[in-house]
Design a protein around this ligand. Structure first.
Ligand SMILES: Cc1cc2nc3c(=O)[nH]c(=O)nc-3n(C[C@H](O)[C@H](O)[C@H](O)COP(=O)(O)OP(=O)(O)OC[C@H]3O[C@@H](n4cnc5c(N)ncnc54)[C@H](O)[C@@H]3O)c2cc1C
Length: 420
C-alpha cells in the first residue's frame, strides 16, 4: 500500500511519522513543494516554537478555536496537549511551560522540534520528496492519481493525506479542483490593527497588561495585554480579537471602531468606583499625577486629555460631570481601525476545506473515501499561544489512527478502501 502525504509541514510530517510507525509494510511518501520540510515550524514562536499550550484558563474550546472547536474536541480526546508534550519528550525534546500556559522546547529552539520530526520520519522509513508541488489529485475510484507542477511524472496512491496548510488566497486549494469539495473563502487571521489616531500612536511602547477590547456594533470581545505601536495597537488581546472577528473584519475592509476598556472591565459602575476611590484617597493631588494601577503616567495623561480634563485639575475639583467623562473614557474609549497591519506577526488562515466535507472523527472526505485532510488546510484555526500547532498534531494523529485502522493486520501491506 502507498500513502501519499501532500505538504511537509507540522501536520504532514507528524502524520507521516505516525503512519510509518503504525504501518511498517506501507510506503509512506511526503511531497513538499518547497526546498525543505518544516520550513514554517522552524520560524514559529519567533524561532522558539510555541508547540502547544496547557489550555489552563480556556473554559470553552471556542475561546481557543473560533473555527473548528467541535472537531478539535474530538481530536484532542485522541491526542491531547499532554500527549504532545510526552511525544516530544520521548523524542528527546523536553519542554517548559510559561506563566501564560504556552509550552516551548526547554532549549527555546524551534529546530529541536524540526529535528525530532525529521528523526521520527527517518526512523519510520518515511520518504520525503522536496521540490514536488502537487498540482492535482484525481480520484480514480479505487486509488488516487497525483500530478506535480512542472513534472511529467504522476504517482498513484491508495490513500492521500492533504496537509498543505493555510493559504490566504483560494489558489492554494486549486490542486483539489475537480474533487467537488466545498471550501470556506480563506481570509487572514491573527493580525494587528492600524489605528487612525495620531495622539495614541505617540504612546508607542506603552503596555497595558489587562485591557478589554471590543469591536463596536458587534459582539466580538477579547481580553488581555495590549501594546501601543507606531501604527496602532498590537499584543495578545488584539491578536485574539482579530481571530474572533477575522471574517467580519475582512468583509468590512478592515475598518471599524475599536472600543478599549483600559481597566479590563467595560462595567461603568466598576470604573466609576475606581475613579471615586482615587478622588477620595488623594483629593489634593493633581489628577494627571496619579494613574490607576496598570496604566502608565503617559497613557493616563492621554486619557485625561481625551476626557477633556485640564492638566492642572486636582482630584477634589473633578466634580460629577468630570468623573462621568473620565469613567466613560476608561470603560469605553473608541478609536478608528483604519486597516490591518501586513507585516511581522504569526498569521494563520481562517477558512479552507469546509468541515462539512469530512467526518469529524477520521477527517476523511465524505465524497472521496481514502482522501484525508489535517491541519490548517481545513477550516480550523486558533488564537495565538500554541493552539494552532496543537491542532496540527491532534488532527494528524486522528488521520494516522483512522488510516491504520482501515488497513489489514499485515502492517499495511494491503489496505481496504472503506468509507468511515
Ligand atoms: C511566523 C509564524 C509563526 C507561528 N508561530 C506559531 C507558534 O509559535 N505556535 C503555534 O501554535 N502556531 C504558530 N504559527 C501557526 C502554525 O505555524 C501553523 O498553524 C501550522 O504550521 C499549520 O500546520 P500545517 O501542517 O497545517 O501547515 P504548514 O506547517 O504551513 O505546512 C504546509 C506545508 O505544505 C506545503 N505545501 C503547500 N502546498 C503544497 C502543494 N501543492 N504541494 C506540496 N506541498 C505543498 C508547504 O510548503 C508547507 O511546507 C505560526 C505561523 C507563522 C506564519
Amino acid at each position: 500500500m502507498r500513502i501519499a502525504v501532500v505538504g511537509a509541514g507540522a501536520a504532514g510530517c507528524f502524520c507521516a511519522a505516525a503512519l510509518g510507525r503504525r504501518l511498517p509494510g506501507a510506503e509512506v511518501v511526503v511531497f513538499e513543494g518547497g526546498r525543505k520540510p518544516l520550513a514554517k515550524v522552524a520560524i514559529t514562536g519567533g524561532g522558539r516554537c510555541n508547540f502547544t499550550n496547557t489550555f489552563e484558563g480556556i473554559d470553552r474550546l471556542e475561546e481557543a478555536y473560533p473555527r473548528g472547536a467541535r472537531l478539535m474536541k474530538r481530536a484532542l480526546m485522541r491526542f491531547s496537549q499532554e500527549d504532545t508534550r510526552l511525544w516530544f519528550e520521548r523524542e528527546g525534546v523536553p519542554s517548559v511551560v510559561m506563566d501564560d500556559g504556552c509550552v516551548f522546547p526547554q532549549s527555546q529552539d524551534a529546530m529541536d522540534i524540526v529535528r525530532a520530526l525529521e528523526r521520527a520520519m527517518r526512523a519510520a522509513g518515511v520518504k520525503v520528496r522536496c521540490g514536488h508541488r502537487v498540482s492535482s489529485i484525481k480520484d480514480l475510484g479505487d486509488r488516487f492519481r497525483i500530478s506535480f507542477e512542472g513534472l511529467e511524472e504522476t504517482l498513484e496512491a491508495d490513500k492521500v493525506v492533504v496537509t498543505t496548510g493555510g493559504s490566504p488566497t483560494p489558489a492554494g486549494l486549486s490542486m483539489l479542483a475537480g474533487l467537488d469539495l466545498e471550501t470556506v473563502a480563506p481570509v487572514p487571521s491573527l493580525f494587528t490593527f492600524n489605528i487612525g489616531d495620531e495622539a495614541l500612536k505617540t504612546l508607542m511602547g506603552t503596555v497595558v497588561t489587562d485591557a478589554l477590547l471590543g469591536l463596536a456594533g458587534t459582539g466580538f470581545k477579547a481580553q488581555g495585554a495590549l501594546l501601543v505601536t507606531d501604527w496602532g495597537v498590537s499584543g495578545p488581546a488584539v491578536l485574539k480579537l482579530s481571530s474572533y472577528a477575522a471574517r467580519h473584519l475582512s468583509e468590512n475592509g478592515y475598518k471599524g471602531t475599536l472600543n478599549i476598556s483600559w481597566l479590563g472591565t467595560a462595567n461603568e459602575g466598576e470604573c466609576m468606583a475606581a475613579v471615586k476611590e482615587m478622588a477620595s484617597s488623594e483629593p489634593r493631588k493633581l489628577l494627571v499625577s496619579t494613574a490607576p494601577e496598570g496604566l502608565s503616567g503617559r497613557l493616563w495623561r492621554h486619557l485625561a486629555a481625551r476626557a477633556g480634563l485640564r492638566d492642572d485639575l486636582r482630584w477634589a475639583e473633578l466634580g460629577q460631570r468630570g468623573a462621568a467623562r473620565l469613567t466613560a473614557t476608561l470603560a469605553c474609549d473608541a478609536y478608528p481601525i483604519t486597516g490591518r497591519c501586513r507585516f511581522k506577526d504569526e498569521f494563520v488562515t481562517c477558512g479552507g476545506i469546509s468541515l462539512s466535507e469530512v467526518s469529524l472523527n477520521t477527517l476523511e472526505s465524505k465524497k472521496h473515501p481514502g482522501l484525508h485532510f489535517a491541519g490548517e488546510v481545513l477550516d480550523v484555526d486558533a488564537i495565538t499561544g500554541g493552539f494552532n500547532l496543537q491542532a496540527a498534531w491532534s488532527m494528524a494523529y486522528a488521520v494516522a489512527e483512522a488510516i491504520s485502522s482501515t488497513c489489514n493486520g499485515d502492517g499495511g501491506g494491503a489496505c481496504r478502501r472503506i468509507s468511515s
